[in-house]
Design a protein around this ligand. Structure first.
Ligand code: CP3
Length: 355
């Protein structure tokens, strides 16, 4: 009689090689090649981006499917990164919902009618999530070009970061008006945040349904909140936004800046992976998270303009500290600065892949 053998484990049916390194790392494994991509890799550091965008307003570019797909693919072709990030913006779902918002060059998102009072909130929440057809089309075109080897990451802004723009009306340093509203007008704040969670969650879901294989929630300005305020007035709405993709089974990354004190709360809002800015080292982030959460980060963008030997030593340090975590995807601690020499980014990719 033939000996009884255990059936092959599921991992043997899907050889590691067919799972892209990015997705292996996001699921807490150690792929043979350390994956790397850059926040804001699609953008002004590339001459081909500036050429493609010539004469087209930022948010209009986001809503032209062929153009958005082309810009998404540019950094993949040039740098050989392990993921594409969808070319769009966190305020696109606001525009699709009919909110008067522009991205002013050199300034950032500017809202026509800032939301300051309960009456402003009541007006805002009349806007329903818009039609995502242009997003769906752009994602489909992108995924078809990328093929199975390079995953597309979809993204959305977290409700707090969106509210920071809606309440202030424009970029601000300390988000004072938004932080006042959460305490002074708690009922208005709840309505605003529930609306933001629905609108941004629908945007994220549209990308994943159209073929994005991972999702990243950007709460760029969460670091201006205390842990107590974050937990009470921001995190529950990030959880609500992420609930929109929960059933789709893609890994979720949660990123913010200045969030060293918030890492655990950000993970517990429903993330599989936590993005870390450059302010704390990855081994410390891993310690704070109890050693169970894959990390993404955290090359200091300032060092992209430093001499190569300085940058190389820094990148090697980031990769070494990232090895303490259950999975690690190399990225920057924030976006690529517009003046970055693209050749430096390509060299960082080659270095990371060689380690
Ligand atoms: O390559 C990528 O990362 C994908 C595209 C992407 C953009 N914005 C394109 C963009 C992503 C992921 C974002 C996210 C985003 N947008 C965030 C979260 C990430 C972060 O940087 O903290 C935030 C806060 C925004 C809002 C926003 N949009 C700001 C603050 C700015 C910069 C203003 C400026 O001009 O300096 C934008 C504009 C923007 N978004 C550009 C790009 C390529 C520049 C627009 C241009 O080229 O004219």
């Amino acid at each position: 009689m033939a000996p009884v053998t255990n059936p092959a484990p599921p991992s043997a049916a899907t050889p590691e090689m067919t799972v892209p390194p990015l997705l292996q790392a996001y699921s807490g494994r150690r792929p043979e090649r350390t994956p790397v991509w850059f926040m804001r890799q699609a953008g002004r550091s590339l001459p081909e981006y500036r050429a493609a965008r010539e004469g087209v307003a930022m948010l209009d570019a986001c809503l032209r499917p062929e153009l958005a797909a082309e810009i998404t693919l540019q950094p993949v072709r040039r740098h050989g990164v392990d993921a594409a990030i969808f070319f769009s913006d966190i305020v696109v779902p606001l525009r699709l919902a009919g909110v008067d918002v522009e991205i002013v060059p050199g300034v950032g998102p500017v809202v026509g009618e800032p939301v300051r009072t309960r009456a402003d909130v009541d007006r805002l929440v009349q806007h329903r999530p818009g039609d995502h057809a242009a997003i769906t089309e752009a994602v489909r075109l992108t995924v078809a070009e990328l093929g199975p080897a390079t995953p597309l990451i979809g993204f959305a802004g977290a409700p707090f970061t969106l509210a920071a723009y809606l309440v202030e009306g424009r970029p601000s340093r300390d988000h004072l008006a938004a932080r006042t509203m959460m305490h002074a007008e708690p009922e208005a704040w709840r309505h605003l945040m529930r609306w933001a969670a629905e609108v941004t969650g629908a945007f994220l879901r549209a990308q994943v349904l159209a073929g994005a294989r991972a999702a990243q929630l950007f709460d760029s300005w969460a670091g201006s909140l205390s842990l107590a305020d974050y937990a009470a007035h921001a995190a529950p709405y990030s959880a609500r936004a992420l609930h929109h993709v929960k059933d789709l089974g893609v890994p979720v990354v949660h990123f913010g800046t200045g969030t060293g004190e918030l890492l655990v709360a950000m993970r517990d809002a429903g993330a599989d992976v936590v993005g870390v800015d450059y302010r704390i080292p990855l081994d410390e982030a891993n310690r704070r998270l109890g050693g169970t959460t894959p990390l993404q980060g955290n090359v200091d963008p300032a060092l992209l303009a430093a001499p190569w030997d300085v940058l190389e030593a820094h990148v090697r340090g980031v990769v070494a500290r990232g090895r303490t975590a259950p999975g690690h995807v190399v990225n920057l601690g924030h976006g690529v600065p517009p003046g970055t020499d693209p050749a430096v980014l390509t060299r960082v990719v080659e270095l990371v892949h060689s380690l």
